[in-house]
Design a protein around this ligand. Structure first.
Ligand code: GLU
Length: 422
């Protein structure tokens, strides 16, 4: 297993997000003061996260909670545990959450949290310690009408349960303070697979409108976390051929299509690497991105499709951005020139926060929804956003990302202006 981890150019997510903002702001003629306001986070907090490790040593990690904009509602966004989750990355992701919630028209602003830690190296006890210490230090920023965390990379329902427990110890039982919780603690049916299901709805709509086939279509997925694994399974059920997948260890290829139910069990349920799965040939993450296919789905880290790498060589019809900011702005231009469609991250991967919104409303109203109700409402939300983005892109003759961002920006700017008082 000498496969290198995903190789990336050093453009930060925040740099990517900022440069995209300017393009969309120009399109709608956004004034300079609003641009100034939206480039900066409302509040950015950095905390120490001390934890007693299993061997008795004290380790101190760095944690962040950044609230980008709350004009449209309480700020909302996940918490990721990753060595690269520094202030710059978390700010870029918090900003993306502002666009995501605005585009999907849910009553939230954008925030993100992160701890700079290699979660895979932590024991369950250490993970709990990190989570509790972090939550204690940011609890004063949180609340169902202030800022609501959720899972993101390397965090899950259990992590949310600990966060809720810490928050409730301080402020009393408040299920709406955290989303992505276990069902037994007030979580929503369908939340765990919501991001992947939302992406599937976007792909279905796009396939119907353009003829790029889902049934029999070749799919390549980079990343096998919550989103990559669930989406791979859904696409298999849809009749697509998932010909390659990868995780940080490396990738697996089978031109006849991988056995996704078995791979899902092996890698997602049993937490093993896709690399160890017997059912395909080994490939590197770099080879994977250039594999000929109809649908290329980056579902791991940011900045993996760059001017230098893959923008000229990848060989798909559509890039479905399940990850946040996988494509750099210059790569975007190259892809546009090559006629490769890019379905942007804050449209494609919005399903998670949409169902977080449903979870929050279920908690506030103290009335659980059925899975059918959750999935139907998710489909409506995703399809509405898909339709307006497509319409705007066609009407203005701009890439989908620019169109989506312009719509989101207009909504946030309107709310900011109506609140006034700056
Ligand atoms: N972490 C997910 C995202 O980036 C979900 C956020 C949420 O549910 O608040 O969209």
């Amino acid at each position: 297993m000498s496969e290198p981890a995903i190789d990336r150019q050093r453009l930060s997510i925040n740099q990517i997000v900022k440069s995209q903002l300017d393009v969309a702001a120009d399109l709608i003629g956004l004034d300079e003061s609003m641009r100034l306001l939206l480039r900066m986070p409302f509040r950015s907090v950095s905390v120490e996260v001390p934890v007693r490790m299993d061997d008795g040593r004290l380790e101190v990690f760095r944690g962040y909670r950044i609230q980008h904009n709350g004009a449209r509602g309480p700020t909302k966004g996940g918490v990721r545990y990753h060595p690269e989750a520094d202030e710059e990355e978390v700010l870029g992701l918090a900003t993306t959450m502002t666009w995501k919630t605005a585009l999907l028209d849910i009553p939230f602003g954008g925030a993100k949290g992160g701890i700079q830690v290699d979660a895979r190296a932590l024991s369950q006890r250490e993970l709990e310690g990190v989570t509790r210490q972090f939550t204690r230090r940011i609890a004063l920023l949180l609340g169902p009408y202030r800022d609501i965390p959720a899972p993101d990379m390397n965090t899950n329902q259990q992590v949310m349960a600990w966060m809720l427990d810490e928050y409730s110890a301080k402020y009393g039982y408040t299920p709406a303070a955290v989303t992505g919780k276990p069902i037994a603690l007030g979580g929503s049916l369908g939340r765990e697979e919501a991001t992947a299901r939302g992406a599937l709805f976007i792909m279905r709509d796009y396939s119907r409108d353009t003829g790029v086939p889902l049934k029999g279509g070749r799919v390549v997925i980079q990343g096998f976390g919550n989103v990559g694994a669930h989406l791979g399974l859904f696409l298999y059920e849809e009749g697509a051929k998932v010909i390659a997948v990868s995780d940080a260890e490396g990738g697996l290829h089978n031109k006849n299509g991988l056995d996704m139910p078995a791979l899902f069990q092996h890698a997602y349920k049993e937490h093993k690497s896709v690399w160890d799965f017997d059912g395909g040939d080994h490939i590197t993450n770099e080879e994977l991105l250039d594999m000929p296919c109809e649908w290329l789905i980056p579902a791991a880290l940011g900045s993996v499709i760059t001017k230098e790498k893959h923008a000229k060589t990848l060989d798909c019809k559509v890039i479905v951005e399940a990850a946040n900011s996988p494509t750099t702005p210059i790569a975007d231009k190259e892809l546009e020139a090559r006629g490769i469609q890019v379905l942007p991250d804050f449209l494609v991967n919005a399903g998670g926060v949409v169902v977080s919104y449903f979870e929050w409303t279920q908690n506030l109203q103290q009335e659980p929804w059925t899975l059918e109700q959750v999935n139907r409402s998710l489909r409506n939300k995703m399809t509405q956003a898909y339709d307006i983005v497509r319409h705007m892109a066609e009407e203005r003759g701009v890439p989908w990302r620019t169109a989506a961002l312009a719509i989101a920006l207009e909504r946030v700017a309107e709310a900011e202006a109506l609140r006034g008082g700056r």
